[in-house]
Design a protein around this ligand. Sequence first.
Ligand code: NAD
Length: 641
Amino acid sequence: MDRFDYTALPARIVFGPGTLERTADEVHRLGRSRVLLLAGPDLAAHGERLEKVLGPLLAGRFDGAAMHTPVEVTGRAIEELRRVDADCVVAVGGGSTTGLAKALAARTGVDQVILPTTYAGSEVTPVLGETSDGVKTTRSDPAILPETVIYDVELSAGLPQAIAVTSAANAMAHAIEALYSPQANPIIDGMALDAVELLADGLRALANGVDDLDVRSRLLRGAWLAGTCLGSVGMGLHHKLCHTLGGSFDLPHSPTHAVVLPHAMAYNAAAVPEVMDRIAVRLHTTDAPAASYDLVAAAGGPTSLDAIGMPADELDRAAELATATPYPNPAPVTRDGVRALLDDAQHGRRPASDPTLTASVGRLTGQVIRSFDAGDRPRLAGLARDLVRRLHGFALDNDLTQQEWQAGIDFLTRAGHITTDTRQEFILLSDTLGLSSVVDVLTNSRTPDGTSSAVLGPFYVEGPPELPQGADLSAGLPGVPLWADVTVTDPDGRPLPEAVVDVWQANQDGFYDVQLPDLDSPVLRGRLRTDGDGRLRFRSILPSEYPIPSDGPVGDLLTATGRHMFRAPHLHFLIAAPGHRELITQLFVKGGKYLDSDAVFGVKEDLVVDFAPRSGPMPDGTEVGGEWRELSFTFRVQPIQ
Ligand code: NAD
């Protein structure tokens, strides 16, 4: 039975690109009229923009915020605050600038409007850390919590990638430690897991060289949620260690978090396996500590304490300091345990259940990778090397057992045995794993002005029967009659005559002809040609949703993992117009079932089209005696460059 205490923190959040422009409104909303503006180091330009936005509200400006909120700096800022008689601070910058705003609020009661430019999360916590004579102390008070936070995505977009990566890892640490906090509760758990997913998405994007407002927006939303977790529940070993390393050894704040996090997670993993499982699901992995290491490493972040300036001969003292006073943590905090953790972090070892195993697998992987060096086909060798690296990593990360490996081999063997000229289990496997759609995107989505492509699917048969314009593909099979009137043009709308168009589809029960043993000749498939106007008309029946073949190993896999087998209803087209690139695509019936959960991930928005209900005779005069459907569509195909 759930049992928990939860106090919601009363901050107002304004989120979105360009929200800096709303700063003056937010100050008015608080009933304040004299602003002391704090702009963080390196952020003078943002300060200038804010000066303009604040206009007559601006009473003064102070740009001297420093890491860990030194009290001398706070003293100077208070003098300025009093001199200009400010009743509100507006702060733009990272955790350091927010810290100064909080220090002013804690001493004078001024309201705070914070515009964060990093992912530190301080802006949504009632916690203030300050340093005096080199000693950092922390206190928590509801009065410290900023009244308003303006998350302007464009401000965080200016954060250099190197800082963005470590800052996102800093935020990730808040979310992760919230999940095993003694004060953990379902509300914060939900926020923490969402934060983990958003931050991991953002880090992955940065690692892949994708860095746009959308990516920064996800990171910033993750940072807000993670900061809220930090402000709401107590943290554990990770935060204590980072506090010690930053406070006593002057290590930089967010890089320290980025290095320590995977090791603190590994330290606690055995004590809270269910928490690690929940995190692993959001990271799309089975090994949460290793995955958090990989995320930072792949995005170019630091992975060792050594690299961020920790002296190796201070590890003993760091372990002493971090274990001097007891604090809550899932796994018991021992001096030896923390010393071993610090050693791993110092050397940047990837957390693994067994480092010796990791090293031997690493040696083996290296050998196999080098074995591809001799040939003269560099692309093939490169693909083989990367495949080996990922396969070995897959086995290692998942601690693959001999039985599981054998089950995989059996699976592929069965896929081979069931595959024939008309049944392709390997394509089905690729389709249901989404790989076909990935390759399709890579191949066909680089030119946006043509009709989207879609996967070929396993039921295409080479050399379909040639049919004349106006032919009936259904050969009298039962179903809702369909009249198709399609045109093939180039991207500028010029019609393309003599385009060869292969069409194929399932019958009303969801079967393709090749799945029906009693048929003598192909049905519901054919090869037609566009006329002089690029037009093509044919009759058929309305396609219905259908299950992919489930009697093979792919069907077993979907059943075992609780996935359904259905494809959204669609017609297949393969279009080859002279001088133009081949287009393989599908048209989906608007309003049909499974459009949002197609078993092979083939649905694209522009391919979902009306199959409009009609009555009366069809355009070719055929009387169908009831409702029929009409499909009108123009395919735009790309010229061969
Ligand atoms: P930071 O504020 O010092 O910023 C890091 C660096 O990034 C600085 O050099 C800064 O000038 C630069 N920077 C920030 N935004 C930029 C931008 N948009 N473009 C270019 N450069 C930019 O560091 P941080 O990691 O944000 O915050 C760390 C501080 O915050 C520490 O003192 C830490 O203790 C504190 N903190 C407090 C809490 C809390 O709840 N009290 C929570 C998290 C962090």
